[in-house]
Each structure stands twice: as C-alpha cells, then as structure tokens.
Design a protein around this ligand. Structure first.
Ligand code: NAD
Length: 339
C-alpha cells in the first residue's frame, strides 16, 4: 500500500512519534511521498526533523518589510534607497547583486547598482564610497565582496559611513554588536537569529556551538547567541579546534559556517538538537543542467533523522540573508529621516 500523493505522514513531535501523525501537503515533502507503509513505520522509529523553512520565513519577512515600506512612503517619505557597488566581472557576485536588487524592488526599496570599471584604483573606490556617504538620497551602501586583488577590502569597508553600512561589516558596527549598542547586524547572523526566533527555538541557557569564526558569520553569530538577546552558552570552534566532535555533540543549537561538504556527520550531533547549516558548497552533479548542485556543511541525509530541527541547503539560511539586508536598509532609512 502506498501513501496517496500529495500527502506525506510526519510525526508531530519526537515524543509522540510512534502514535501521532499529521498529514502535510507541503511541496517539499511531496517528493518523499512514494514511501510504502513499511518505510513509514521505519520512519516512525527514526523520525524526520522539522525542516526550518528559510524560504517561507524569508518571504514572511519580505512581506512585512513591503507593508512597512508602503506605510513609510504613505506618510510622505521617499522610498528607502540601497546602492550596491559591484567591481569586477565575477559571475557569482553579479548573480548575488541581481538577486539583491530584485528583492529590494519587490518590497519597494529603490536600488541602484554601480559597476565601476574593474581597473578602478583603491583610491578612486574610496572616493566613490565617500561620495555615496555624503549623498542624502542614499540610505544603504553595500560593496559586494570579493573585490579585485588590487583593492584592500578592509580599507573600503572602513570607508563606508557606519550609519549606511547595511552589511554590518564596518568595525564600528562590529564594535557596537560586541558592546550591545544599536548598530547594523550582519545579515546572515541576523537571519539565523530570526530563523530560530520564528521557529520558536529557545536559546536561553542552551549549549550553543558555532563552527567557523569568520567576521561575517561565525563571530557575530556567537556574540548574538551568547549576548543578552540569546543568553545561550556559546563555544566557538574553528580550524584549530581539537576534537571538533566533542564540542558539536554537546550542542543543543549547532551553527555550522565553514564551507566543507559533510564536515558534520550524524555521530557529531546530539539527538534532538537544532542544526543551522550556513555552508554553501558546489558538488558536481551531471543530472543538473548547470552541472552542479548546492549542499551545506552538514551530512543532511544522515543528520536529519537524529535532530529535532534542521535547515536545508538551499532554502535555509540563504534566503534569510537577503531578507535581513532589506530589513537593515529600511532601518537605515528611518534612522536617517529622524537623525
Ligand atoms: P570563511 O570561509 O571566511 O572561514 C571558514 C571558517 O571555517 C574559518 O573560521 C575556519 O577557522 C573554519 N574552519 C575551516 N575548516 C574547519 C574545520 N575543519 N573545522 C572547524 N572549523 C573549520 O567563513 P564564511 O565566510 O563564514 O563562510 C563559511 C561558509 O558559509 C561558506 O560555505 C560560505 O559560502 C557560507 N556562507 C553562506 C551564507 C548564506 O547566506 N547562506 C553567507 C555567508 C557565508
């Protein structure tokens, strides 16, 4: 006997897994609807995690921002304005920037992309950013990374007015986050916190382990989880961590931002944990038109049955990053109007 399309039977909770089922019609689950009854019985012994659906949470946030922007404009303000600077012809960067521009326009944020000649000098790029800093019609400035090798990204980021730094990468915003002051939080860590909040994952007093210590993801995420908003107890792991598994196995909340396929395997996670997979890795896949598919840092197939909640890749953290960039741009516009 097979389960009729488009339904898939999934336990409500781990506790009630053996006797309690609900019917779902979410497309993400329809692919699994071919299971036979015996397969489903085995799934009851090994229940699937709840997927933290970043795509739909991000859409919810974008809808909220769209409504807030409409209110903002309705009360006589100009629309928020985001200027993106894209230097060079890296196809991945160009595609990210197109995505950001499209998303901004969808919520009513005006977006301009400046594409200076790739031979622009560091000094000229500093001048361009300073000009945008002085422009009262620009609320948010984002310089797409990576920059060509002849330009020092640290210098360029430090040139952006911290009050227009919607990426939250400026040292002043990093310092504000560190000291608990109002500033811009980098979009990916901000998105991770929203994913947890909107999935009703309590952080307070929980063991949180962050793997990866980049300035844009790992470090700010650790600060947010362990700061007064999260109140978790945080361990920050990195490439020099000895016996990574001994740390990740303790985690109630595990955030992985490294960039290594299958770094986190099933034996490295605690039963019932919440796993946030930030990694984006391309693996060759001849069945796809583009020749590859995207996977995270977590061995999803084997980790999913063991944990309570997990983000997929793609469709987890990724969509949240753009949504929180839009949130930061709207915040910048309102702060400028009342400055
Ligand atoms: P990064 O690439 O700058 O640094 C990687 C980090 O991983 C370093 O801190 C390093 O110490 C640590 N590391 C390396 N090997 C390790 C190991 N074996 N064990 C433990 N730690 C190890 O980091 P990043 O810029 O935060 O990027 C990490 C991943 O997240 C990449 O795959 C990137 O594409 C992805 N990313 C995704 C989003 C998103 O929106 N989903 C945003 C930013 C980054």
């Amino acid at each position: 006997m097979s389960v009729p399309e488009p339904f898939f039977i999934r336990p409500i909770s781990k506790k009630g897994a053996t006797d309690c089922c609900i019917l779902l019609d979410r497309p993400a689950y329809n692919r699994r609807s071919q299971h036979t009854l015996s397969n489903i019985r085995s799934l009851h012994r090994s229940p699937l995690a709840q997927l933290i659906d970043g795509k739909s949470i991000a859409q919810e946030i974008r809808n909220e921002i769209r409504a807030e922007v409409a209110d903002w404009v309705h009360t006589g303000h100009r629309p928020p304005q985001l200027t993106v600077v894209l230097v060079g012809d890296d196809p991945a960067s160009a595609s990210y920037v197109r995505g950001k521009q499209r998303a901004a326009e969808e919520v009513g944020i005006e977006s301009t992309t400046l594409t200076p000649d790739p031979s622009i000098s560091e000094h000229e790029l500093v001048d361009l950013v300073e000009k945008l800093n002085r422009d009262p019609d620009v609320d948010g400035i984002l310089v797409q990374l990576p920059l060509p090798p002849h330009i020092n990204p640290t210098r360029i980021i430090a040139t952006i007015d911290p009050d227009k730094d919607v990426d939250g990468f400026h040292p002043e915003n990093a310092g504000r986050l560190m000291t608990g002051q109002k500033g811009f939080i980098p979009a990916t860590p901000f998105g991770i916190m929203e994913l947890l909040r909107r999935s009703n994952v309590s952080i307070e007093s929980k063991e949180c382990v962050v793997v990866g210590r980049s300035n844009i993801v790992g470090k700010p995420t650790a600060l947010l989880l362990g700061g007064p908003t999260g109140n978790g107890t945080v361990t920050l792991c990195h490439r020099k961590t000895v016996n990574l598994a001994s740390h990740t196995r303790r985690a109630d909340i595990l955030v992985v931002a490294v960039g290594k396929v299958n770094l986190i395997t099933a034996d490295m996670v605690k039963e019932g944990a919440t796993v946030i997979d930030v990694g984006i890795n391309r693996v060759p896949d001849p069945t796809r038109k583009r020749g590859y598919r995207l996977v995270g840092d977590v061995d999803f197939k084997n980790v999913e049955p063991k944990v309570a909640r997990i983000t997929p890749v793609p469709g987890g953290v990724g969509p949240m990053t753009i949504a929180m960039l839009l949130r930061n741009t709207l915040t910048a516009a309102t702060r400028h109007a009342f400055a």
